[in-house]
Design a protein around this ligand. Sequence first.
Ligand code: SF4
Length: 363
Amino acid sequence: MRKAVGPIARRSEVIRQQRERGGWVAAVLPIHYPRALLRSFDLLPIEVWGPPGIDPDHGAAHVQAYVCSIVRNALSFILSGGLDVADVIMVPHTCDSLQGLGSLLLDLVRPRQPVVPFYLPRGERECDIQFLAEEFRAISRQLEEITGRSPSLLELIECVKRDEEADGLLGSLHHRRNELALNSYEFYRVLRAREYLPSEDFVELARSCLACAAEAPNVGVPLILSGIVPEPMSMLALIDELGARIVADDLACCGRRLYPNGVSEDPFVRMAERIVRSAPDPTRGSPLADRSEHLLRLAAGSEARAVVFHGVKFCEPELFDLPVLREELKRAGLPSVIIEVDLNDPLSHQVRTRLEALLEMIR
Ligand code: SF4
């Protein structure tokens, strides 16, 4: 297969470079957060989606057995020193589990770094934007105290615009994925570099990928991937192996974060607009009708023939929506399957069997 992208810098390398130039690092829990605000304080956001494949025991001692593996692993990682490199830990109140993690870190198992929690609104009204902008102003005041820095509004708006450029290119990668001659595994490695590369470096990476784009043959049964995060990544290799391809996604770490540009000249409001006006997301309280319309629109635009709901075990925001959402999609002629994983487990035979059964039905 033609390679459209060279090696992608690893997280550890990116962190080392940030440190060498005197910058700071913020470890950020999922999903939505003010990336530009952190950058304006020279804090490089490094997202923590678990990580997968670590010893979860340190965290398991502090959380209930029915807490998802993203939260359990993140707590283990923090307690075992995996995030010692971070100067700040940011915990958005994405769901009950992350809210619980934020409380634990603030009150019971305090890490050495300051913990910055914040709330996200569960709606898309003007007042939701204003609420989120206020949350971002409060974070800004907290970061001033932590870092002793005080970026100007001009510096902040420049960071917001840099993010908008990077997210615009992220959108181009999504929309032109068929032209990139990358298999699913390679493609998601590029997309997920947005989780830790500085925006300006991601811009470079995305441009180099798009520069190599060419009409590639559309092979494989077209699928939409929905859920939180495509872990284990071997699941993507399995999709390739089974002769399918992901033509669009509704993943919390990817497609739900194709943030549109903001319009306000106030950088705090503009950051809030971008998040509040992004794709429907159960953790932001999006109505089911919006979610099914969004998925059907994605299917119509990409010719997807089915949806794979790839969930993390015990993820309540995702699980609550699925019965009704799947019924709606089925009524509209779009079949789906659910596969559930724990970040620490290898890919099971059950996942393979479910995917094979789905593909047999729609081929
Ligand atoms: S996987 Fe679900 S429950 Fe776990 S942190 Fe993410 S949104 Fe919350």
